[in-house]
Design a binder for this molecule. Structure first.
Ligand SMILES: N[C@@H](CCC[C@H](N)C(=O)O)C(=O)O
Length: 280
């Protein structure tokens, strides 16, 4: 299998061009290639496929082999891959995902895509659609006890489920201890991605993320969107344009408010290409 390793703000995936390559068991392949010691090393696997309903299809798998419906950093890299490798010459493309068709605008410099702006669709706030177990129809700053500690969280879906928690300090957070406890908490029947947020100023937030199926990653595009929406809903920021500072870089989020789509802008980078497994 020929592959390309790419990342968006350090959220790295192995990309396979399924116009020419075939992956028979993507769940098992995702686990194998993601291993940072015995595999290629990544947060998961992303298959780029032909589509009947959009220009391309993105099919994504986490490092544990579970399927993700949407990936904000991954879809920007899909855009870079298809443009840089001549599968399209369009700078506005559509990509079919597990959470619908997304439209992407590509910024090109010297013949290569540098940044991509994605229409991520509207956030889903209804508890049962996220899904999150709750007595209320929405979960905005609700108490939750996780691993014996009390937190407040806001839940929403950006095509995948997110819990956003505001803290005074995220740098010293023992995320490898608390992250899995949120992921498997009984409130989240489909597990959850959890964003831990420190507010920096009225338009900037700092974020660490524990991703469902992959653990701590350096960035999460859907998570950055969820965090910006939660920051606006909880009046933590006053701007509708929010900069999200992640361990692997910075993402820009725009949201005009309820019923409106969220826009995600950020970089996409190719790291290397190869073949897996090696011939010899
Ligand atoms: N890193 C991604 C999200 C990947 C899927 C997620 N772990 C899930 O299972 O929902 C992003 O950039 O959005």
């Amino acid at each position: 299998m020929k592959f390309t390793k790419m990342h968006g703000c350090g959220n790295d995936y192995v990309y396979v061009n399924c116009f020419t390559e075939k992956v028979d068991h993507p769940e098992e392949t995702a686990i194998l290639v993601s291993d940072r010691h015995f595999g290629i090393g990544s947060d998961g696997l992303i298959l780029i496929k032909p589509s009947d309903v959009a220009d391309f299809e993105m099919d994504m798998y986490n490092a544990d082999g579970s399927r993700g419906a949407m990936c904000g950093n991954g879809i920007r890299c899909v855009a870079k891959y298809v443009y840089d490798n001549g599968l399209t010459d369009k700078t506005r493309i559509t990509v079919s995902t597990g959470s619908g068709i997304k439209t992407l605008d590509l910024s090109v410099e010297n013949g290569c895509v540098k940044t991509v702006r994605v229409n991520m669709g509207s956030p889903v706030l209804e508890a049962e659609k996220i899904p999150v177990v709750s007595d209320t129809s929405r979960v905005i700053s609700q108490p939750i006890t996780v691993a014996g500690k009390d937190f407040f969280y806001t839940a929403l879906s950006m095509g995948n489920p997110h819990a956003v928690v505001f803290l005074d300090d995220v740098e010293n957070l023992k995320i490898e201890e608390i992250g899995p406890e949120f992921e498997h908490h009984r409130n989240f029947p489909d597990r959850v991605n959890t964003e831990f947020i420190k507010v920096i100023d009225d338009h900037t937030i700092q974020m660490r993320v524990w991703e469902r199926g992959s653990g701590e990653t350096l960035a999460c595009g859907t998570g950055a969107c969820a965090a910006a929406v939660a920051s606006i809903l909880n009046h933590k920021v006053s701007s509708r344009k929010v900069s999200v500072l992640l361990r692997g870089g910075e993402l820009q989020i725009e949201w005009a408010g309820e019923g409106q789509p969220v826009y995600l802008t950020g970089p996409a980078v190719t790291v290397f290409t190869g073949e897996y497994p090696a011939g010899k």
